[in-house]
Design a protein around this ligand. Sequence first.
Ligand code: SF4
Length: 226
Amino acid sequence: MLVTEIYRSIQGESSFAGLPCTFVRLTACNLRCTWCDSEYTFTGGKKMSPDEVEQEISRLAPSGLIEITGGEPMLQERELVPLMERLLRQGYTLLLETSGERPLERVPREVHKIVDVKCPGSGEGGSFREANLETLTARDEVKFVLADRADYEFAREFALRHKLESRVCDVIFSPAFLKDPTVARDSSNCQLDPRLLAEWILEDKLNVRLGLQIHKFIWEPATKGV
Ligand code: SF4
């Protein structure tokens, strides 16, 4: 497998936000979102066997939460799926963060999928694979990263049209962060003001979660490996 980093931190997103978590960040992505904060995963990486990845995970924490992320982790589906099955058998709770563009049928049902639907402002609008909707369960979460009002309206219509609220445990609306953030650990680095987003959600009576990437409020937003 090609791995950018494996590290322990605090989960910053999803309904697991705030919990200690081991992150396995796999190398490479086939999309190019305008606001991507993980461009350092596009190239490089260290070759590791699934056994070595597993050993590093258990060295960092023998139990608890693991997030598989990237880049786009499902580009390494052939090695990743058996690894996820092994980690589940060991009792870990697994999160898989994915762009929503790759097929998700082979992901074990016990994995909590956090599936993006890319909005127009990402530059990758239309990349979502609609067949993935059929793979979603009450364990999963669907996330929209929003840069502006047009993205919000896209997300609102998509969520309503596909009745996402009844398919998954959480629908997350999350403001995009600036590409080159300052060192400020506050919402001045959000492309879309969270307060404005909160007002829109309340005004439209949506049952969605406003997601903030809390690691960017704990550490300086550009810090890697947290
Ligand atoms: S899918 Fe994720 S890693 Fe790939 S470009 Fe978009 S934000 Fe970056």
